[in-house]
Design a protein around this ligand. Structure first.
Ligand code: PLP
Length: 371
């Protein structure tokens, strides 16, 4: 099946009890056992629920993996992948990883005994130099936040495997519609399904997808079920519904982002535009190779500093000043205000999650705000 067909059908089946085409929402926390006391299909909702099973089957199919585990947030899913390591293990991670991931690695799992080296993931030689005998995981996020840096997933997965480590890819920004990390050699995929997969800024959730259902994934499953940060039934229902339109939404996000980037790049008040779809972007050729399209995210630097950047956001009429990404509304954010200073995000940088409005309306809004 092709991707669009999978997005509509994977994880879906007509409800045998009612003939319903949309999946019923199952809220029951407990399920009746067979007369002989055995567990028929489900037992207790932390351990399994039909809406979660359906979402996990869909995510597995979309990424071309073997199994998936759905969590209450992308952060919980990230934590599960890293907690499946052992104290004393070493992780190589990007210097510019999503800052919540950095906090998990450094401040939560550091004291627990995990060692981590933060490197420039766009430089495979630096990644190779960081690998140690106890390296068990190389974490990739591409494109990165907020500078849209592109890392070579195939080369990094090769380096990880040569060093006896797994390669996990945070595929949140690209979504499986644009990037298929398993085809590039990754072992695990992380999603904040809160973003493009759910697609409407109305559900917080996350998932891990595994290329093989091996012992490592069994450990992630154990953390999911016994740690208990599972995705709630309605959240699974919402993500599964959002996925049905993912391929078509992504086309709109990508086309709009490209037009907005082309407008910004020629604007005299804009110092720089970070969008892999621009031929001038340092990751353009690599993104063209490993992604189907360049995505709906971009960032740009306004001439001046923080005041000038915030001044632009204050004048916007359609574009909303809010965090997060992947929904129908275009969102703008001054990232330096919410990221730790050591991340080094420029004070004049604004991040745009380009939504599904008409691109001319977005361009007109930016034009009047830039003045
Ligand atoms: N990974 C990336 C790239 C993100 O952008 C985010 C959230 O912004 C996360 C992980 C964490 O996901 P969540 O907010 O669903 O916990």
């Amino acid at each position: 099946m092709r991707f669009e067909t999978l997005a509509v059908h994977a994880g879906h089946s007509v409800d045998p009890a009612s003939g319903a085409i949309a999946p019923p929402l199952v809220l029951s926390t407990t399920f009746e056992r067979a007369p002989d006391g055995t567990i028929d299909r489900y037992f207790y909702s932390r351990l399994g629920n039909p809406n979660r099973t359906a979402l996990e089957a869909c995510l597995t199919a979309l990424e071309g993996g073997a199994a998936a585990a759905a969590f209450a947030s992308g952060a919980a899913a990230t934590l599960s992948i890293l907690q499946a390591l052992s104290p004393g293990d070493h992780v190589v991670a990007p210097l510019d990883a999503y800052h919540g991931t950095t906090i998990i690695l450094r401040d939560i799992l550091g004291p627990w005994g995990l060692a981590v080296s933060f490197v420039d993931m766009t430089d495979p030689a630096e990644v190779a130099r960081a690998v140690r005998p106890r390296t068990r995981m190389v974490w990739v996020e591409s494109p990165s936040n907020p500078l849209l840096r592109v890392s070579d997933i195939a080369r990094i997965a090769g380096i990880a495997h040569a060093g006896g480590a797994r390669c996990a890819v945070d595929n949140t920004w690209a979504s499986p519609a644009l990037q298929r990390p398993f085809e590039l050699g990754a072992d695990l995929i992380l999603h904040s399904t809160t973003k493009y997969l759910a697609g409407h800024c109305d559900v917080l959730s996350g998932a891990v997808v595994a290329r093989t259902e091996d012992e490592y994934f069994q450990r992630i499953r154990l953390i999911q079920l016994q740690g208990g940060a599972v995705a709630a039934p309605f959240d699974c229902w919402l993500v599964l519904r959002g996925i049905r339109t993912l391929p078509y939404r992504m086309r709109g996000h990508c086309a709009n982002a490209r037009q907005v980037a082309e407008f910004l790049v020629q604007h005299p008040r804009v110092e720089a535009v970070h969008f892999p779809g621009l031929p001038s972007h340092p990751g353009h050729a690599l993104a063209a190779k490993q992604m189907r399209e360049f995505g709906g995210m971009l960032s740009f630097q306004v001439r001046g500093g923080k005041a000038e950047a915030l001044g632009v956001t204050a004048k916007l009429r359609i574009i909303l000043r809010a965090t997060s990404l992947g929904g129908p509304d275009t969102l703008i954010e001054h990232r330096a205000s919410i990221e730790p200073p050591d991340k080094g995000t420029p004070q004049n940088l604004l991040r745009l999650s380009v939504g599904l409005e008409h691109p001319e309306d977005l361009i007109e809004d930016l034009a009047q705000a830039l003045g």
